[in-house]
Write a protein that binds this ligand. Sequence first.
Ligand code: 13P
Length: 260
Amino acid sequence: MRTPLVMGNWKMHGTLAEARTLATAIRDGLKRPRGVEVVVCPPFTALAAVGEILAGSPIRLGAQNCHWEASGAYTGEVSPAMLAELGCRYVLVGHSERRRELGETDQRISLKVQAALAHGLTPVLCVGETADERRQGLTFTTVEGQLRAGRAGMMPDAVGKIVLAYEPVWAIGTGVNATPAQAAEVHGYLRGLLSELTSKETAQTIRILYGGSVKADNADALAAEPEIDGALVGGASLNAPGFIAIVRKTARAGAAVRGE
Ligand code: 13P
């Protein structure tokens, strides 16, 4: 069975002092999270400091982006090797904010997925449709295209090592989350596609997270869906008690799904 995963994406928020305070509060509030894996993704500038605070704790470190080369003349970029050195285990790839506002292409996203894997990082490939695409009935087409492009060039067995995050663009930062049924429908579709791209068995092991206005008061209903394996949390991950509540509710709902 899949262990639920809750990730906090801090985006471009927080001074170093604020990052330290938030990481310390999350670490101290989640000393022994059971039945759930917890990851925080601070801005690059805070990764080292947060890594030190989390060292020896069960909370893991992730990054919000990486380049696809291990090193080189790429001004302003950060390589997967550098992230691995800081103790990162995960890296978000293809977040819609990067696709839409920073011109990240499918081709670059697939290079990043492969580079992350090559450096021992788990890529969290983000997919999701816009409101317009949903209105036009293009939700499945959009996420399928993003998944197929993201795994281009990968061996089928490597696909089993990624995490997928379904983040409908219209739900990000809007306060309007996808309903559990809407999210579960897309997750089910993505899992079917993963079966085709890998194998039925491997697809059953891949975690598919939901992201988009996840809060303490909707986390349990979302995680109660058997196809939803956790949450990628933006705004609500900047508040330690709120984030901890999301983690606890996700763990409890996940245990119920497994019949525990
Ligand atoms: P919000 O939780 O703020 O909607 O952001 C979701 C997100 O983009 C996480 O990556």
